[in-house]
Design a protein around this ligand. Sequence first.
Ligand code: 1GP
Length: 254
Amino acid sequence: HPLGLQTILRTYKSYGRKALAVLLDPDKVSQDGLSVLLTQTKQYAVDLFLVGGSLVTDYAHKEVIASIRQHTDIPVVLFPGNPLHIEPSADAILLLSLISGRNPEFLIGQHVIAAPLLKRSGLEILPTGYMLVDSGTQTTVSYISGTTPLPHDKPDVAACTAMAGEMLGLQLLYLDAGSGARWPVPAAMIAAVRAAVDTPIIVGGGINSGEKAYNALKAGADVIVVGNGIEQNPDLLPELSAVIREFNQSVVQA
Ligand code: 1GP
């Protein structure tokens, strides 16, 4: 997109427009399932596709992106676990610094390795403070990154982490309870982060109902990310779409 996604997300945030990002994990999506989903997206409010995951074994990013391109012009953003996941046919990449953790590899180490590749890729870089939140079970990303998630009942720690990320120049904040989380990111934590920073806030992990989506958006999320829920329940996308449209309807009327 000529404007750039960073500008678009900031603009959305400034007037309260909410967005839905559908996460496609190249390991989990089947070609048939993907075609059905992509055909459906035309009638639903999908703003972005995220492609990736912390552990990808099939390296099918390119094929998944090619399928998305065949069906729709919705922007595709990489959600990488490591520099092997860089795929220039996407539009943009979340350059994640895992600021909830204390593992230098995921704060800066992998970024140094990736930087020349990213520069050549032509991808729009979205510098993102990535905050893992405890979700009642150990998630793959916590295990792979060797980091402890933020305690789910400590919204003040999350708020200070987000503030520090914003002060360091990160442009987006992503609160993630991890894929398939038992508990999504608590509303109180989203609200505390919302009050602490001006950046758009992305929230994901365990959002598997319209009600959970509503709660996250109401608490201050600008973008919600849903992966597993959509893969497992064909009724979820229409439900999420209705929730997003309800929020955005009131924005238009305001
Ligand atoms: C995980 O935030 C994403 O990193 C989405 O999680 O698959 O649980 O929707 P789900």
